[in-house]
Design a protein around this ligand. Sequence first.
Ligand code: PLP
Length: 392
Amino acid sequence: MERVYLDNNATTIVDPAVKDAMDPFFTRMYGNPNSLHSFGTELHPYMKIALDRLYSGINAGDEDDIIINSCASEGNNTVIKSVYFDSVLKSGKTQMITSSIEHPAVSKTYRFLEELGVEVLWLPVNKDGIIHPDTLRSAIDPDKTALVSIIWANNETGLINPVQEYGEICRENGVPLHLDGVQAIGKIPVDMKKVYADFMTFSAHKFHGPKGAGGLYVREGNHITPLLHGGEQMAGLRAGTVNTAFMVGMGYALELAVQNLEFEAVEVRRLRDKLEDAILEIEDVEIIGRRDIRTPNTILASFRGIEGEAFLWDLNQRGVAASTGSACASESLESNPTFVAMDIAAELAHTGMRFSLSRYTTEDEIDYAIDAVKKSVTRLRGISSTSNNEYI
Ligand code: PLP
């Protein structure tokens, strides 16, 4: 075995069927869908199918909107800045609420708004690593709070937040709820009729679609001020020529991801648990977060006494790709927001390694990875106690 990819929370392989579905839109049907001639209009049925697939993939209502964009970072920026323009600047609501375990696409946007004078509340997690609904309930203020933004499933731990309860709390208080759904879609059911959120963001490349394609769900009745002004694409809510190939690919990828949810819940979980059980056989290891409230593909493990970066490098030498945390986080490991929020000691934080599987991960790959992890830990712990520098 040459290489094993266990970094699917960073990005995923494009499903070959998705690639095939996108192919005709590069060299055969390459028109601009806004053109009035046949090169443009011939695209419309394909775009309609893609949108239908996206609507049914997240069970959106007919009157809800899905704005096609370039990625979830764009979607998150759009929602947060739109509410800033509409509610904070215009209607005088002064406070926005988020959590301490957001992806930088949300946390850095809020840091930016803090610099502009917005009061941002950063909700802490409880001992399970999730934001308890009561924490939100006691922070929200119907007179002051303009928006609540919370991550659905955390990218580093896989821990799933109780978003249905957040929806109820926000609705009772008349405050819009924005969910970052990036790590939930394709791993657990995402049903916008069950979860009362006003906004929800996703990125196609996290569920075997192309990079550079994302979606922003907007519940009926909510207003969006565009981040990108220009043409009338997306009903004037997001300017820029529509990337038909990527839109088609994202729609199909979501349909396939939903079809594979049962497989995720059973087979991907089985392989994840196999890897996790094997990791737990190693001495001085801690797994972050309860298994039953994590996405079925994710493990965040702390290997005491092994420095994360050295471990990552050693695993990479053995052909195993894992991650020491969010590929987008620039913070040092000790200040990793998840560890900080969960009040996990700096030493544990420093030794964290994330393994994230997908429906493409095979049993052979997991067996190989188990062997590689054990050898790597033995070698690295050996180096710290002796000066043995040989691969074993
Ligand atoms: N939100 C979460 C939870 C993520 O995991 C990521 C990517 O890792 C993003 C947002 C940003 O997605 P993208 O890089 O596709 O914009």
